[in-house]
Design a binder for this molecule. Structure first.
Ligand code: STR
Length: 417
């Protein structure tokens, strides 16, 4: 592996500290270790120490605690120069000024228009577009079948769909979608050397800045144009802020929904009795979406917040300047929240809607409703069109990508039946 930080992290595994494996070789084992380590666990992220919250109730509290902030300048290890731009995860934190990196009143100013554009009511208007994209991609899936009948559901369906949707919303031309998919794949992969990652982030900044300048000159009816235009009497966002929001929307809208759709298909194919119930109309697709969100979260670990003063959690204290990760995968498996069978996938579980996969508090995912609409269209359409859909390889042979913060599969080979 050409990632020295990862090797250092592995060699440096010490007692009481859970090393987050950059190769993601045993995600279930790691999830259990985190949960067993207690409410707050010490983790090692490629040689960098941090805390992570592993339980539902405490995460809920911390996510509304104003003493934890997103501003990287509040991080002791950043102030002291121990963490620099050479750290492979820096792009997850130092992502420019946007609703993802700012708190308080400024955060509301940066985020309001975006969250208003993504309410369930507003999303009704784009439902027909999402249905059309879905149908086109199902045709493409049919056509992409190899001689052996195998097709990669990720490459041909689950990956392009969210890109088309977020591209339409933000006004990113279709001709750029393949480039963006390639860049984000490299961004998230721990096999990408850090100099390449920094270079691609710089290229993306140029791309998004050009797009924002073009929309400033010729506004259209997309969300990027809306972000540029000032409110009646309000303060307009700066170019940097619009670029930051656009980056966050495209990265988040694309990456996470791929995981949601594929994880749901995978869960259903490995639980045929539950798939039957859905196909027979006994249980709704919304239950599949919610239980998948809880059981197999697209975001495994969310980086990062920093304590502006000492914060006590259970028996531990997060010291001023320390970093805190939210481990959503472990949180979805919390026994206290979901019962002793929290590790089982069960679409009829009473707590299936009481997960925290979209976060909580001021930064709660503004795209939550959009992802539910996308998955709620894609999943029934896929199984209606291909009722005999099945995995082309044993489930254990589906490999995860070396991505530390997302639950990401390399490919998802299926037979369409
Ligand atoms: C990727 C790099 C970038 O240019 C901007 C952002 C900000 C939003 C981040 C995104 C990041 C990485 C994936 C995130 C997303 C918000 C939600 C998404 C963390 C850092 C999740 O995985 C939940």
């Amino acid at each position: 592996m050409n990632c020295p930080h990862a090797e250092a992290a592995r060699a440096g595994r010490n007692a009481g500290v859970i090393t987050i494996d950059p190769m993601v070789q045993d995600l279930d084992g790691e999830t259990v270790r985190l949960r067993d380590a207690g409410v707050l666990a010490r983790i090692d992220l490629l040689g960098v120490p941090a805390w992570t919250v592993t339980r539902h109730a405490e995460a809920r509290q911390l996510l509304v605690d104003p003493r934890l902030v997103k501003d990287i300048d509040a991080w002791g290890l950043w102030q002291s120069g121990v963490v620099t731009r050479a750290w492979p995860l820096i792009g997850m934190i130092d992502a420019g000024r946007s609703m993802f990196t700012v708190d308080g009143a400024e955060h509301r100013r940066l985020r309001t228009k975006t969250s208003q554009a993504l309410t369930p009511r507003r999303l009704e208007a784009i439902r027909p577009d999402i249905e059309k994209f879905t149908d086109e991609l199902l045709d493409a899936l049919d056509a992409a079948r190899g001689e052996d009948g195998v097709v990669d559901l990720k490459a041909v369906f689950a990956q392009p769909l969210p890109m088309k949707v977020v591209g339409m919303l933000m006004g990113v031309d279709e001709s750029q979608h393949a480039m963006l998919t390639r860049q984000y794949k490299a961004f998230f992969s721990m096999l990408t050397p850090q100099d390449e990652r920094l270079a691609l982030l710089a290229e993306l900044d140029v791309f998004y800045t050009d797009l924002v300048r073009e929309k400033t000159a010729r506004p259209t009816d997309d969300l990027t144009s809306a972000l540029i235009l000032a409110e009646e009497g309000g303060e307009p966002l700066t170019e940097e802020e619009v670029v930051g929001n656009l980056k966050a929307m495209v990265a988040a809208g694309h990456e996470t929904t791929i995981g949601l759709v594929l994880n749901a298909v995978r869960a259903l194919l490995s639980h045929p009795d539950q798939l039957r119930k859905v196909l027979d109309g006994e249980v709704g697709w919304d239950a599949v979406v919610e239980e998948t969100l809880r059981w197999d979260t697209p975001t495994t670990h969310l980086l990062m917040r920093f304590a502006t003063e000492d914060v006590a959690v259970g028996d531990e204290v997060i010291r001023k300047g320390e970093g805190v990760v939210i481990s959503y995968r472990a949180i979805g498996r919390d026994f206290e929240q979901h019962g002793p069978d929290a590790d089982a996938f069960d679409i009829t579980r009473p707590t299936r809607n009481r997960h925290m996969t979209f976060g909580h508090g001021p930064h709660i995912c503004p795209g939550a409703a959009l992802s539910r609409v996308e998955a709620g269209i894609a999943l029934p359409a896929l199984f209606t069109r291909f009722p005999g859909l099945r995995l082309a390889v044993p489930d254990e042979e589906i490999t995860r990508l070396p991505v530390m913060t997302q639950n990401d599969m390399a490919a998802f080979p299926v037979l369409l039946g």
